[in-house]
Design a binder for this molecule. Structure first.
Ligand SMILES: C[S@@+](CC[C@H](N)C(=O)[O-])C[C@H]1O[C@@H](n2cnc3c(N)ncnc32)[C@H](O)[C@@H]1O
Length: 342
């Protein structure tokens, strides 16, 4: 399939990004994430009256799974766009499943392709990354919205939010950080600032979350602007028990449009919810905070795309831990830590 985008003209990091979607393994992981994939299928099925006879754009179609859900649920025509070579496989899958007359697949960056329709009624896209915004694919969905979506058209999903809580993770943090103090008898501790700078993507058991949760920010895809994706959000968490807070976890929730009077399909990637391949993101704090029930951890998170690698995120966490009661003055801590998600 010819590509509307000449790969060699892309920056090295863009090439690397799209290459990562060439391999089938990443698509296998996404398809097998049934919370993710069934939420899309259920949301499309729930809105089948709206999909009927509509023109749908699947932004970053990968294997074409969302395009096929849309076609199966009555869309008049679906356009699937992807820059990665996985779209060659999507073509075979679309043919094999009898959707060739309903689905047009275009290879290239969404920003470069010429769509066969001037406007579309619905956009479907699975664009979410770690910490919601990693990979910056939402930029492309907003481009698609602003250039192709009819007024009053729908975006699946159309609401998302990012959340934060505190966690006890002393053992893992200790293993991860203190390992560098003695590496085969040598002091490798200069590695520690690098290790601390990288959030860890992993599953967190819900019982190690030891504070209340707080919504950091929410986006309505119908109205959000590119500039809103660089943000500073304040949070306030309350310790639930006597424990240590060694860091914070973040996760996101998404929600799909629903017909009037029906409950929207939604899913969460939090520690309290069933497993998804996004897991949770853990940010270790510079201090280990000794907390009593009721102590307050407040602060703010600033997030923006990295200047040099726009799909990476620069994240700054500032916190003020306000201990009360026993030994409060010693336990209070204030700090700022910088992270890069890449
Ligand atoms: C997270 S995957 C989702 C794949 C598929 N929609 C699914 O749900 O299984 C995102 C896909 O979007 C593609 N993509 C990201 N940015 C793109 C862009 N600007 N233009 C075209 N494709 C893009 C990637 O190559 C990747 O295949």
């Amino acid at each position: 399939m010819e590509s509307a985008t000449e790969k060699s003209n892309l920056t090295h990091s863009e090439q690397h990004y799209f290459n990562s979607y060439d391999h089938y393994g990443i698509h296998e992981e996404m398809l097998q994430d049934s919370v993710r994939t069934l939420s899309y299928r259920n949301a499309i099925a729930q809105n089948k009256d709206f999909f009927k006879d509509k023109i749908v754009l699947d932004v970053g179609c990968g294997t074409g799974i969302l395009s096929m859900f849309a076609a199966k649920h009555g869309a008049k025509h679906v356009i699937g766009v992807d820059m990665s070579s996985i779209i060659e496989m999507a073509k075979k899958l679309v043919e094999k499943n009898g959707f060739s007359d309903k689905i047009t697949l275009l290879r290239g960056k969404l920003e470069d392709v010429q769509l066969p329709f001037p406007k579309v009624d619905i956009i479907v896209s699975e664009w979410m990354g770690y910490f919601l915004l990693y990979e910056s694919m939402l930029d492309t969905v907003l481009y698609a919205r602003d250039h192709y979506l009819v007024k009053g058209g729908l975006i699946f999903p159309d609401k998302c939010s990012l959340h934060i809580a505190g966690l006890e993770d002393a053992q893992y943090k200790d293993d991860k950080v203190n390992y560098w103090h003695d590496v085969y008898g040598f002091d490798f501790s200069p590695f520690i600032p690098l290790v601390m700078r990288e959030p860890i993507v992993d599953t967190v058991e819900s019982q190690v979350v030891n504070t209340t949760r707080c919504k950091l920010i929410e986006f309505d895809l119908n109205t959000v602007q590119l500039s809103d994706l660089s943000f500073t959000a304040k949070f306030q968490l309350q310790a639930k028990r006597q424990d240590w807070i060694n860091g914070v976890i973040t996760w996101f929730d998404v929600e799909f449009p629903a017909p009037k009077g029906q409950r929207p399909i939604q899913f969460s990637t939090g520690a309290h919810a069933p497993y998804t391949h996004w897991k949770q993101s853990v940010f270790y704090t510079a201090d280990d905070l000794e907390c009593e029930a009721g102590d307050i951890l407040e602060g703010e998170i600033t997030c923006s795309p990295n200047k040099f690698h726009k799909r990476d995120l620069d994240i700054k966490l500032s916190y003020n831990f306000k201990a009360k009661g026993v030994d409060a003055a010693r336990r209070c801590k204030k700090n700022t830590t910088y992270y890069i998600m890449h």
